[in-house]
Ligand binder design. Structure first.
Ligand SMILES: [Zn+2]
Length: 157
């Protein structure tokens, strides 16, 4: 579950997802469960932090980010610029720490003021509104559902 989620939000590439799956399969259930619990805690803290600068949850996000940064290694890639990477030893915590790193990157970039929450009732996604015109997380899902709902309501009367 953890590995699939992290792959889905593009925190990890395909090989890393496979490696994480094998690790999770061999690890005791409590170990996987405790990482998942921390992922949930980070996600809960991150949501309000991205929408409002003044919330106390920022401290929680910062603690996870600082924990992740202690692991980072500057790695030279053969045909690309060097990159900060999490080494293999982080094991099961990789998606947690990768999420904390990208949260920190976003929070410290000018883009942090472009984060919006999708207004659909059952959605809960956050997105970046780069041109100041986006209303829904995705026009294909929430945008269309809301248009369809408005259409039925107009035609009911
Ligand atoms: Zn949405």
């Amino acid at each position: 579950v953890l590995a699939v989620w992290a792959g889905h939000v593009e925190l990890l590439d395909g090989d890393e997802v496979d490696r994480l799956r094998r690790l999770a399969a061999d690890a005791p259930a409590e170990a996987t469960e405790s990482v998942l619990e921390e992922v949930r805690q980070l996600r809960h803290a991150l949501y309000p932090t991205l929408l409002d600068r003044a919330v106390r949850e920022f401290t929680t996000v910062a603690q996870y980010a600082e924990r992740a940064v202690r692991w980072l290694r500057l790695t030279q890639l053969p045909d690309a610029p060097a990159r900060w990477r999490l080494p293999d030893e982080v094991g099961l915590e990789r998606p947690l720490l990768a999420a904390a790193c990208s949260a920190a990157e976003l929070l410290s970039s000018p883009d942090r003021d472009l984060v919006r929450a999708c207004p659909a009732d059952d959605c809960g996604w956050l997105f970046l509104d780069r041109r100041g015109r986006r209303r829904w997380c995705s026009m294909e899902t929430c945008g269309n559902r809301s248009k369809a709902r408005a259409f039925t309501e107009r035609h009911r009367n």
